[in-house]
Design a protein around this ligand. Structure first.
Ligand code: FIX
Ligand code: ZN
Length: 420
């Protein structure tokens, strides 16, 4: 078939899509950032950017000294070493390295000077609240969802004490220890006043539900969330499956909250690397189909860590309207995989997905994570609208804007709000 599109139409449509994607503020639905009321837990600035665990893992490929020597250093000293080995001794072409440079550039800093002390001075002069606003504006992020864990000893006391919430930050209740380390977690719940034992009796399960209800309310959770090892199975005679079925999912149904699952992480493959030491494994997508099929009244969010699982989850999303797939998580958050995964999702599922989340651990990272992803999402969308135009279908500017709004948080918010 002859391509009937004129060059002018092609250019105009491309410009329309690029403009909508570039300008639409996004709801960043999964991050590790904190409301400013959490003080130093909200990381930001050049030293936190440089000591991001993605860069730590890359640096150790060049370091020839013991792990412990690195961990004994101050953050500034660690950042100095990482800057030297990843930016000066080699070109910073990995996605995580490039991200630091994109962030600096978009903040108006001159990267070609390679002047780390000067960069430090600039960051030290920023005023916290205005700087959050600046980063969100530069990144065009309208809302940031935190990952909040009652099991985190630094976080928990602040929630218990209470604070005035910053409306830009929403919350997700993270429950990994409850589901993947029940025997260690039960005594903690008991200490906090919940009448539980390690045995999953009716009383224990009802107390776990009370714990989930208390914390969902306390943090005003938008959804509950767990990351899972590749070998999780459902149905199965394991504490994780039983707790899900008899405590977490009933609580989610009662409260109308989605349950987000992040399968495929192998924790502490190399514990010496600490946070940087986690790995990836392919999960059994059949397990998740079983779980979703057995709970049609629950809403599920899924992002898988393994590239090899992406296709099967797209197919699963076609089967289950109570499943919303989201994000290119962690090791999949690199340009060629974002492109592949986004294209596949749009082609197989359409617009009822959330193509990306930032997973930022350092505030300033939202700038590069969104800039890099926006460009890719934009390119894929341009192809899709051009394909439509070739059929004679005309997409209006308002329709493009509607679709981009959906991809950048609208579809997620509708999914969370919808009753299943
Ligand atoms: O489990 C998670 O939410 C992961 O995103 C983190 O644990 C991981 O360390 C990370 O930062 C990935 O981007
Ligand atoms: Zn995360």
């Amino acid at each position: 078939m002859k391509n009937a599109l004129t060059e002018a139409r092609r250019k105009a449509l491309t410009a329309q899509v690029e403009k909508a994607v570039a300008a639409t503020p996004v709801y960043d639905i999964h991050t590790h950032l904190y409301d400013p009321a959490f003080g130093e837990l909200l990381l930001c600035g050049i030293d936190d950017l440089l000591t991001y665990h993605y860069l730590v893992a890359e640096s150790f490929r060049y370091f020839d000294f013991p792990y412990e020597k690195f961990w004994a250093l101050s953050k500034t000293q660690q950042a100095d070493l990482i800057w030297d080995v990843l930016f000066l001794q080699h070109s910073p072409i990995s996605e995580a390295c490039r991200g630091v440079l994109t962030t600096l550039q978009m903040l108006g800093l001159d990267v070609k000077k390679r002047d780390l002390p000067k960069l430090r001075k600039w960051f030290a002069a920023q005023k916290p609240d205005a700087y959050i606003t600046r980063c969100m504006e530069v990144a065009r992020v309208r809302q940031i969802c935190m990952t909040n864990s009652p099991f985190d000893d630094l976080e928990r006391p602040r929630w218990e004490k209470g604070f005035r919430r910053d409306e830009r930050f929403t919350s997700a209740l993270r429950i990994d220890p409850l589901l993947v380390a029940w025997n260690d977690t039960a005594p903690k719940l008991a200490k906090w006043g919940y009448k539980v034992t390690t045995e999953l009796s009716d009383r224990t399960l009802s107390e776990v539900r009370r714990f989930l209800a208390d914390w969902s309310e306390r943090i005003d959770a938008k959804y509950l969330m767990v990351s899972l090892p590749p070998d999780f199975t459902y149905p199965g005679d394991n504490a994780c499956a039983r707790l899900m079925e008899t405590a977490v999912l009933p609580h989610c149904r009662e409260s109308g909250l989605p349950f987000a699952m992040m399968p495929g992480v192998k924790r502490a493959v190399n514990p010496q690397l600490r946070l940087a030491g986690d790995g990836v494994g392919r999960c059994d997508t059949g397990t998740f189909e079983n779980l979703i099929a057995a709970h049609p009244d629950n809403k599920f969010l899924i992002t898988a860590l393994s590239r090899e699982n992406q296709y099967e989850f797209c197919v699963a999303a076609r089967k289950f309207r109570n499943l919303h797939i989201f994000g290119c998580w962690w090791f999949t958050n690199v340009p060629h995989l974002i492109e592949e995964i986004t294209r596949m999702r749009l082609e197989l599922v359409g617009l009822s997905i959330t193509p990306q989340h930032s997973d930022a651990r350092v505030l300033d990272q939202i700038i590069y994570k969104w800039e890099h992803s926006r460009r890719i999402i934009s390119g894929v969308l341009v192809d899709k609208y051009l394909d439509l135009a070739r059929t004679g279908w005309e997409t209006t500017t308002a329709e493009i804007q509607r679709d981009v709004n959906d991809l950048f948080g609208g579809a997620f918010e509708r999914f969370c709000g919808a009753s299943k």
